[in-house]
Design a protein around this ligand. Structure first.
Ligand SMILES: Cc1cc2nc3c(=O)[nH]c(=O)nc-3n(C[C@H](O)[C@H](O)[C@H](O)COP(=O)(O)OP(=O)(O)OC[C@H]3O[C@@H](n4cnc5c(N)ncnc54)[C@H](O)[C@@H]3O)c2cc1C
Length: 494
């Protein structure tokens, strides 16, 4: 192997943002595009490998969504309630869940270009299927802006991108860890690669950093995210250890986004520390515990601690893991009766750590909670449920509790239909919110807020979100910024 090599565009990473950036650069005229993936071939693909990869994007409604899912049988399609999702709605969601902190220009670009980016993926050959829906009275209801996912979930998406990239002649080098970068706060010159066969330099006028967040690095999690964060269970790739992010920051890039924040979800307390298994057919992660709106959640003291019915799953799940992590021992218990279990997203019989009993007190004993306290919590909650408001899972139904703290704002049904179940959950982490600052041209900015010439970035390595995140925006962000980064890098690197 030569010790020094050149190419038109270097892409660091082997996940979805990397494939999209590489394909965009190649389509824009870059001849030699090289992807450097730290993981071995059997583990390539970063976080998407563990995801079902739903996409949130703006669209005009039924007819446009039909273009993405032409294979769906007409009678199934006819039963789907597909509402338009406007740029204003997407921006409203981004601003509300990030508490107004998301960068105005980047948010505008993300929402504004989401439609064109999704169509670009479709035209490039990516295939889609319908997102999960909630069936109510024979009609299929979607959460706002989330109507499709890629065929085969995250793994299917990666396989499709890999095939497209290979056909375009993009080189994908596995087990090729970027161990150093060359450049300074004004220009990027290339990278050092530690490959199995030895180390070498790869030089280029254009590099796109798509090396993910630092969620798989317990030391960085503890340093930036705080208490118990080193104990979080990593839902995705073990390879996302933040080293490229650190190298680029050391070179003089500006940090932004929420460095104490991350996408954190409730996960089966029995889940492994890394890489939780995926359901067959790309239907999502098997250890997600997202049904909290159909029951109540208590901590190890037997007390509720958040509003389980605040809003749709899309707007709450990415911060609910943080709420669990804040409880003693990073553990909580989701409590359901039969009505709640019947509404489970993946069906009530999905394999999961749980206990079952005919009374709440017996259930408490089985999971090690104080029976008197859990009994009192459930009794108080049941008494507070607004009986006169009808339950309706298809919308924010306003069926709330009254007179207790925390309130449950929607879908509050009494827990009174035995047998009852308790699911122990802990905090899981998906990706970190602190990362690199970029311009609307996807150029990495230095600490003087000037672009670092020849360096672009996309994906979880960006600093973009704060506090929370509207579901299925990660993949959209990847498409929007990778498409832009690839085009601009091709112009520089040729
Ligand atoms: C369980 C789960 C479910 C999810 N569901 C959804 C969803 O439905 N919709 C959605 O929008 N988002 C979802 N996400 C989030 C989304 O998958 C991520 O935001 C997205 O995949 C990040 O893409 P990325 O390319 O930036 O990072 P990654 O896919 O993590 O890729 C980073 C890559 O960089 C490589 N790398 C790291 N260090 C180096 C180095 N030194 N040298 C070379 N390569 C390196 C890694 O090996 C990896 O290939 C989910 C994530 C998980 C884990």
């Amino acid at each position: 192997m030569s010790e020094e090599e050149t190419c038109d565009v270097i892409v660091i990473g082997g996940g979805s943002s990397a494939f999209e950036a590489a394909v965009s650069a190649r389509q824009s005229g870059a001849e030699k595009v090289v992807m450097l993936e730290k993981a071995p071939e059997a583990e390539y693909g970063g976080n998407a490998r563990f995801s079902h990869t739903g996409f949130r994007f703006c669209h005009s409604g039924r007819d446009e969504v039909r273009e993405f899912i032409p294979d769906v049988e007409q009678d199934v399609f006819d039963a789907m309630e597909i509402n338009p999702y406007t740029k204003e709605e997407f921006l409203g969601d981004l601003n509300r869940v990030t508490e107004g902190l998301i960068d105005e220009d980047l948010a505008d670009m993300l929402a504004g270009e989401s439609n064109a980016a999704a169509h670009w993926a479709l035209e490039t050959g990516i295939e889609w299927v319908p997102e999960k829906w909630a069936e109510v009275n024979g009609r299929y209801h979607f959460e706002p802006g989330r109507n499709v996912q890629t065929r085969g979930g995250g793994k299917g998406q990666l396989e499709q991108w890999r095939e497209i990239a290979t056909k375009l002649g993009i080189e994908i080098r596995f087990e090729s860890r970027v161990s150093a970068i060359y450049g300074n706060n004004r220009r990027m010159e290339g990278v050092r690669v530690a490959a199995e066969e030895g180390e070498y330099d790869l030089l280029s006028d254009a590099t796109i950093a798509c090396a993910g967040g630092f969620q798989a690095n317990p030391e960085m999690r503890a340093r930036y995210l705080g208490d118990n964060a080193d104990l979080l269970k990593v839902r995705g790739s073990k390879h996302d250890t933040g080293e490229v992010l650190n190298m680029i920051l050391s070179m003089g890039a500006r940090a932004t986004g929420h460095w104490q924040g991350a996408h954190q979800t409730p996960i089966d307390a029995g889940a492994p520390s890394f890489e939780t298994p995926v359901l067959e057919g790309g239907k999502g992660n098997s250890m997600n515990r997202y049904d909290y709106s159909h029951g109540i959640t208590v901590n190890s003291l037997g007390q509720r601690f958040f509003d389980e019915g605040e809003s749709f799953h899309s707007y709450t799940y990415a911060k609910t893991g943080r709420a669990v992590r804040g409880q003693p021992g990073n553990i909580a218990y989701q409590i359901y009766d039969q009505k709640g279990l019947d509404r489970f997203r993946h069906g009530r019989d999905q394999k999961a750590t749980h206990e079952e009993a005919d009374t709440i007190e017996e259930l408490a004993k089985k999971v090690g909670l104080n029976p008197a306290i859990l009994g009192a919590t459930v009794k108080e909650y049941n008494a507070a449920v607004a009986d006169e408001i009808p339950f309706d899972a298809s919308k924010l139904d306003g069926k709330c509790t009254r007179g207790i703290t925390p309130v449950k704002s929607n879908w509050a049904q009494k827990i009174d239909a035995p047998p009852y179940r308790a699911y122990p959950v802990s905090g899981g982490i998906t990706f970190t919110f602190g990362g690199l600052a970029i311009s609307t041209d996807a150029e990495v900015l230095n600490t003087s807020n000037q672009p670092i010439r020849g360096l672009y970035a996309s994906g979880d390595i960006l600093g973009l979100f704060y506090h929370n995140y509207p579901s299925c925006t990660g993949q959209t962000r990847n498409l929007v910024f990778s498409r832009k980064a690839g085009r601009n890098a091709a112009a520089v690197g040729n």
